[in-house]
Design a protein around this ligand. Structure first.
Ligand code: FAD
Length: 414
């Protein structure tokens, strides 16, 4: 592993890698769920953790300049201390890096109202495979000069270049926010409940779903009395001016009253934080209860989410495998976790179920990954989503940036 300190050292490493023809695998905090930062074919792991400076937070331009090894959570704190706001909030935000977030185009609950990482990346300094350093994009809010390479590098999982400096867009910090916890009899009713809010003209900052299995795993952390018939929970977040938040909460409570068993709002810091902490603890909590899991993060058009949730459960029940569905109900990005004990259930059986579920997603005009990316674990499914000419075009692009195939080889493409 190399742990360089600056762009120049990274450029020298890549020039050497090209000359000697060895693979280089960039790595932030290593939290990717797809095996993307693993050097599974050998080569040099290039840690970006020493490039960890916040170089500028400009409160008038509303931009920040950072190095890739800065942790999202630490950055958020600095930005908020200046009355500003950086919305992208993967559940891993406390322990994942901004470079990793950009290389995976990470998303989170606030994606519903504020979009995902790519919506905040204005410019990037990147070291190319041969060691050349380029700057693409800009530090202005707009700009259409040349091809949009910033958004090609964003989400490229370290396969096109090493990100060494980042210019991010910031927003003013919302003055108020409140969380609303709504319990439902089923995931379908929970998803319908969310659509009621949309029909009411409301756009929450977040709408996070916890199905029955997930709810059971984190119920102890919620510190709330659950209605006995509750089989699903949605955490809604509203933000804006204090008057707006109050009005939205009251409209939402009205819209949810038809379907929800119980609706409880939390405005005060600790109560709110407890609910969101439970949301962020879902993955570790499921891991504690089940020896193995196969996790996907599929996206569906919102109106088809209730049907998909029912179908996923039926398919899993038919194979006697437990499925936990949770996540970003608001933007249709559902985390589908197949939970099993490898001593009792064959991996092939789980993969067959996974294939069936992904086929349902694609036949509903959905996509197989909304935020985690492809990495190693999903590359076998890529041809199901990308038609052959598009797949060939993407492979040709990779060759332009990395003719020798030394950057994070074996990832994304089957
Ligand atoms: C408990 C838990 C919850 C999570 N929740 C979410 C969530 O809500 N939303 C979400 O989107 N993801 C989530 N993730 C996945 C993961 O945290 C994100 O993908 C995150 O963006 C990865 O950041 P990282 O710093 O750990 O990068 P790594 O895992 O180290 O790397 C990720 C990819 O980026 C590449 N890379 C890293 N740094 C650079 C760089 N400077 N230049 C070029 N390539 C680079 C790597 O090669 C790799 O392909 C979660 C993970 C865990 C463990």
């Amino acid at each position: 592993m190399a742990i360089p300190e600056n762009t120049q050292e990274i450029a020298e490493i890549l020039a050497l890698a090209t000359e000697e023809n060895f693979p280089v695998v960039p790595r932030g905090a290593g939290t990717a769920t797809t095996g993307a930062p693993l050097a599974h074919e050998g080569g040099l792991v290039l840690s970006l953790l020493r490039l960890n400076r916040i170089l500028e937070i400009n409160t008038e331009d509303l931009v920040a300049v950072v190095e890739p090894g800065v942790f999202n959570g630490a950055f958020k704190k600095e930005v908020e201390a200046r009355g500003l706001f950086y919305p992208p909030d993967p559940a891993s935000y406390e322990f994942s890096t901004l470079g990793g977030n950009i290389a995976t185009c990470a998303g989170g609950p606030k994606g519903l109202k504020y979009g995902v990482t790519k919506d905040y990346v204005l410019g990037l300094e990147v070291v190319l495979a041969g060691g050349e350093v380029i700057f693409c994009g800009r530090r202005t809010m707009k700009g259409v000069v040349g091809y949009d390479l910033v958004h090609l590098f964003t989400g490229s999982e370290g396969t096109l270049g090493i990100i060494t400096k980042i210019i991010l867009k910031l927003l003013p910090r919302p003055k108020a926010s409140a969380t609303l916890a709504a319990y439902f009899r089923s995931v379908e009713e929970a998803a319908e409940g969310f659509l009621e809010l949309i029909n009411e003209g409301l756009l929450p900052a977040a709408a996070e779903l916890l199905d029955e299995v997930t709810l059971a795993a984190v119920s102890g952390l919620l510190e709330q009395e659950l209605p006995p018939e509750a089989r699903a929970l949605v955490l809604f977040e509203f933000d804006g001016g204090p008057g707006q938040v109050k009005e939205d909460l009251s409209l939402a409570e009205g819209a949810l009253s038809k379907l929800a068993l119980k609706v409880e709002s939390a405005r005060e810091g600790a109560a709110k934080e407890r609910l969101w902490q439970a949301r962020r603890q879902i993955s570790p909590a499921l891991k504690k209860l089940y020896p193995a899991k196969v996790a996907d993060d599929v996206v569906l058009p919102r109106r088809l989410v209730p049907r998909f949730l029912r179908e996923a459960k039926e398919l899993a029940e038919a194979r006697k495998i437990t499925v936990a569905c949770f996540g970003h109900l608001g933007d249709g990005n559902i985390h589908v976790n197949l939970l099993f004990d490898p001593k009792e259930t064959a991996r092939e059986e789980v993969e067959s179920l996974r294939r069936e579920i992904l086929e349902k997603v694609l036949s509903a005009s959905g996509t197989i990954s909304g935020e985690h990316g492809i990495g190693l674990t999903k590359k076998g499914y890529l041809p199901q989503e990308l038609a052959p000419p598009l797949l060939e075009l993407q492979k040709a692009l990779k060759k332009v940036f990395d003719p020798q195939g030394i950057l994070n080889p074996g990832k994304i493409f089957p």
